[in-house]
Design a protein around this ligand. Sequence first.
Ligand SMILES: NC(=O)c1ccc[n+]([C@@H]2O[C@H](COP(=O)([O-])OP(=O)(O)OC[C@H]3O[C@@H](n4cnc5c(N)ncnc54)[C@H](OP(=O)(O)O)[C@@H]3O)[C@@H](O)[C@H]2O)c1
Length: 304
Amino acid sequence: MKAMILGRNGQLGWALERRLHGRPDLIALGRAELDLADAGAVAAAVESARPQVVFNAAAYTAVDRAETDRDAAFAVNARAPEALAAACARVGAILVHYSTDYVFDGSKAGRWVETDPTGPLSVYGESKLAGEQALAASPCASVVLRTSWVYGDHGANFAKTMLRLATERDALRVVSDQHGTPTWAGRLAEVSESIARQALQSGDAVGWLGERRGIHHASAAGETTWTEYARCVLSVAQDLPPWAGRLKVLGAQVEPIPSSAYPVPARRPQNSLLDCGRLARTFGCAMPDWRGDVEAYVRRLAAA
Ligand SMILES: NC(=O)c1ccc[n+]([C@@H]2O[C@H](COP(=O)([O-])OP(=O)(O)OC[C@H]3O[C@@H](n4cnc5c(N)ncnc54)[C@H](OP(=O)(O)O)[C@@H]3O)[C@@H](O)[C@H]2O)c1
């Protein structure tokens, strides 16, 4: 697999690089090597490397900052994927791209399926949706994995923030009216590799993925809220060094609050639950329940 990873220093890019480590011809690029705001440079990088598969883990992910930085968000999340897809089509590479539950408005009662109408509440969501649409309009053989609440071994995320705050503050109040599942970046990397491997093993990667192209939901199974997620993280941590005896807030003490009590610039969907049936049917990839991966993650952080 001659693979190219974009966004190597992000949570998912880092996980992808670990997952594909040791493969000959692996090209992993961070912002310093390739600025996705420069669409011409994106195309040139693909055309000179001529990979078989590109994993685009780079994105403008500062959800609140995007509200006042619309152009930068659209450059990275919409125009770069468009240029990337065009270049992949030219060199015959397949493309694995990522999107977000924030393309939805959160109003559905059940789990969102891929064909549900989108309605982003934020500039970030709009820019990621524009990226999805650019790929749909391109002849490139691409798959878009829509995921939610990503946390990785490398990089900042909600779980690490909760662990830090629980050692600093006497109380933790966390939003309880947004529903979704935290998804481990390592799990997404595993699914991404599986899809690429299946495509390449078919002998006609472009044709094979072309028949299966489009959006697939890919988030952990189960259901939770930010409050329950925080409780899970702290409940595991409170029995482990280096946190045992140091946490001022224990898992059971996390207090639920409504989103209205935690004002932020960008609105978030209340229901982010994704139905991942299409991913299982198309690629045979099933994501496990969120809780086991979060517990293992906290134990790994403790061991590190
Ligand atoms: N994080 C979540 O909760 C979440 C939820 C749903 C979907 N997703 C999607 O999942 C994918 C992976 O997210 P993640 O959590 O791994 O994101 P992340 O940790 O924020 O990583 C994104 C990476 O993109 C890079 N990047 C940003 N602007 C760039 C530019 N102009 N040129 C080159 N690189 C640039 C960043 O570089 P620097 O390191 O230099 O900043 C960073 O390494 C994204 O498509 C995201 O939209 C994420």
